[in-house]
Design a protein around this ligand. Structure first.
Ligand code: EPU
Length: 421
């Protein structure tokens, strides 16, 4: 369990590039289970959640090689349809193997993911959708056991927009018999990346980039190659790092349309933002941070995965702001740690009410989850003195060596290796 020691107060300046999107990779990788042969996934980020998915796929019989962000997955010898607790407990996205295994092999046994640091994260929509497609599903001894000789097409409408349920049911539907219509489907770019990969594999999907997906099942899919899109959450995190340190940064290899909501809010907070085809420049050198409210929502709304980072930023605003999470009502574990750094924040229901302070002061703080740890790193970059961020293994789950990128922009961050942090 490593920790970071951050010496705050340095303005970030310069250029950096983002890596491939974690949440796209975690969908593309299990999608290869639908085909026979070798698929190549380019721009795959080298981070711990990807390594966990590689281990899970290996457990199912998938062979892999991974170097320089090129991940080859060979599904020729799949011989196991069980995703055990030791993999799923580390990463909820493991549940993505359910749809592909069931639709291709007629059987899947996947550990129930359980809750997470910020409360329950149900998978009822995944299970109800598969049942509608004719699966026989039992929950037994902590596992989902799903069986179906052949899934059938069905009409599915989600009560709430869900990235994971859209991905799982889309993967199940591509090999089902007949037509499946998924209404209120997620529009997140990572889902579009997945749908386009499935089409390259031979799937018949209409309505990509809309909330209604119509899938005509086919008998089999071929292995194919995919380019993983860039990580909009990593890009959003670095944009806010530039803003909170009153710096000026260009982020390359990112399509600005993935981050429209964050960019508009950065402008409201006083930053000057310039957009290019595949780059974003944020200039916060002259700003007094305007208090700027946000409310998270499914794409194209403000992402819940950038909520904690925005909360850190607003803790230094020139007035009171409100941060509301409508996707995960309890996702505020970072607030008590920000308060240890001197922030003035009160959580009321699913909102944080933030009274901006003139400065944060370094202290020891503890990461509780991936985005909370990113928020604490940003706060540490802006705080006076030294901030120790403990348990950065949370950060390593979802960011590829972000400290190196931040240091290349002028941040002072030391990674200290150790067991007790
Ligand atoms: N929901 C249900 N029932 C379900 C599924 C979801 O009620 O069966 C609810 C959730 O409780 C939540 C909302 O629907 O209120 C949206 O959840 P969603 O299913 O979209 O989340 P997810 O697929 O489990 C993915 C990302 C998360 C990200 C959310 C929301 C992956 C691997 N994970 O999770 O990413 O926060 O979408 O955008 O794609 C992260 O990267 O830090 C992270 C947590």
């Amino acid at each position: 369990m490593d920790k970071f020691i951050i010496t705050g107060g340095k303005k970030l300046e310069g250029k950096t590039q983002v890596s491939g999107a974690k949440n796209a990779s975690l969908a593309l990788m299990p999608a290869t289970l639908l085909s026979y042969g070798k698929s190549t996934l380019f721009n795959t980020p080298e981070l711990n959640d990807v390594f966990t998915m590689i281990k899970l796929l290996k457990h199912l019989g998938v062979e892999s090689t991974f170097s320089n962000s090129v991940l080859e997955l060979n599904t020729t010898n799949i011989n196991n349809y069980v995703a055990p607790y030791e993999h799923v407990k580390k990463m909820r996205a493991s549940v993505y193997v359910l749809g592909p295994l069931l639709t291709r092999f007629g059987y899947a046994k996947v550990s129930l993911p359980g809750g997470c640091a910020w409360g329950p994260r149900p998978i009822n929509l995944h299970l109800e959708g598969l049942k509608k497609m004719g699966a026989d599903i039992e929950l037994t001894e902590g596992y989902i056991v799903a069986k179906a000789k052949k899934l059938n097409g069905a009409k599915i409408i989600f009560d709430v927009s869900s990235v994971g349920a859209t991905g799982n049911l889309l993967m199940a539907a591509v090999l089902a018999k007949g037509t499946t219509v998924i209404s209120n489907a997620a529009l997140e770019p990572e889902i579009i990346n997945l749908a386009e990969f499935l089409v390259k594999m031979g799937a018949k999907i209409e309505g990509i980039n809309t909330t209604t997906l119509t899938i005509e099942g086919v008998d089999s899919l071929q292995a194919a190659n995919a380019e993983t899109i860039s990580d909009r959450i990593e890009a959003g995190t670095i944009l806010i790092a530039a803003a909170i340190t009153k710096g000026k940064v260009v982020i390359e290899k990112i399509d600005p349309k993935y981050l429209n909501a964050v960019i508009l809010k950065l402008e409201d907070s006083g930053c000057k933002v310039k957009l290019y085809d595949h780059a974003i420049e944020v200039d916060a050198q002259e700003i007094m941070i305007n208090p700027t409210n946000i409310s998270t929502a499914p794409f194209p709304g403000f992402p819940t995965d950038v909520q904690a980072q925005w909360t850190a930023y607003m803790s230094l605003a020139n007035g009171v702001s409100t941060v509301t999470d409508t996707v995960y009502l309890d996702r505020f574990m970072h607030v008590s740690e920000l308060v240890r750094l001197g922030a003035d924040i009160v959580v009321k229901e699913n909102s944080a009410v933030i009274k901006g302070v003139s400065k944060l002061k370094g202290a020891k703080v503890m990461s509780t989850d991936l985005r909370a740890s990113a928020c604490l790193v940003l706060a540490g970059l802006a705080a006076e003195g030294n901030t120790e961020v403990l348990r950065v293994y949370h950060l390593d789950r979802g960011y590829q060596r972000i400290e190196e990128k931040l240091m290349s922009l002028g941040a002072s961050i030391e990674r200290v290796e150790g067991k007790e942090y």
